[in-house]
Ligand binder design. Sequence first.
Ligand code: CA
Ligand code: CA
Ligand code: CA
Length: 291
Amino acid sequence: MKKMRAALVAALAAGVLFASAPRSDAQLDNGVLKVDISGLSGAINLASFGGSDFYNPGTPVSWFGFQRGTDVSSTANNANDLFGGVGTPVVVSSAGGALGSVSVLGSYSGGGASSILFHRVYTIDAVSAVLHITTTLTHVGLDPVLLRYFDSHDPDQGIDQGNGFGTFNDVYADGSETVGESIEDGGLFVQFRTPTAGGGIIASGGPFSLFGGFDVNGFFASPVDGGGSFEDAGMHIGFEHLFTLGSSITVSYDQVFGFGPPPNVVPEPGTYAMLAGMGVSGLLFLRRRRK
Ligand SMILES: [Ca+2]
Ligand SMILES: [Ca+2]
Ligand SMILES: [Ca+2]
């Protein structure tokens, strides 16, 4: 940790962080999941799995951001290149090739005297479609900082499947993990998973994005659990921490991509008999109603 911080401070001093030279993207690819990280913002430019681009269709919502407590004037988002916007300058680098890691280094102050150095690292599983995102945050300065750190996405994996922008959205516990889930009509899904001990909170089913401070505050106050509702809505994860002199924390979560049973053609166990009686037209009616 000390090493990373020393290197980052040296980079800042040398002006490396804010050089204006064009930056190239960094890729992770295990043959199943392909991820492209913006060289400008450090956000996910592309997450491609199962024949779908998950975050670019329509309004390309895939960013991370910071905020000081509930101060809506301090919100800073780093968005993907299609959406644009680099709230906090970063340096993006990669190591180890397509199965290696991508590092995003930066410093957020939000207008305050103290700042938070962040080191956000993306890695990918060797075989399965799992993207790990781990961030170490370190306080620099004299004043305490109540930091809100978040990722905001609008999953649209149904578009490339010919199924539209909507997804079935839910948040639930799976053993020790908290899961946010977004499943399109055909069963293609993305989950955000965080260890409960990590303190992260997850919403799936709203709002559409954490664009500004009011969205961020609403999310941290009461994260939406869509409860399986079908909507064109966002999935978000956030961490809140009070940093004091020199303190440091590491937070992480996974983005898990996969194919499951199509959610709207798998009835509750008790309804099989009813559906059998209704025939195809009844099933189609149910499908429509659930949208
Ligand atoms: Ca979208
Ligand atoms: Ca739920
Ligand atoms: Ca959507």
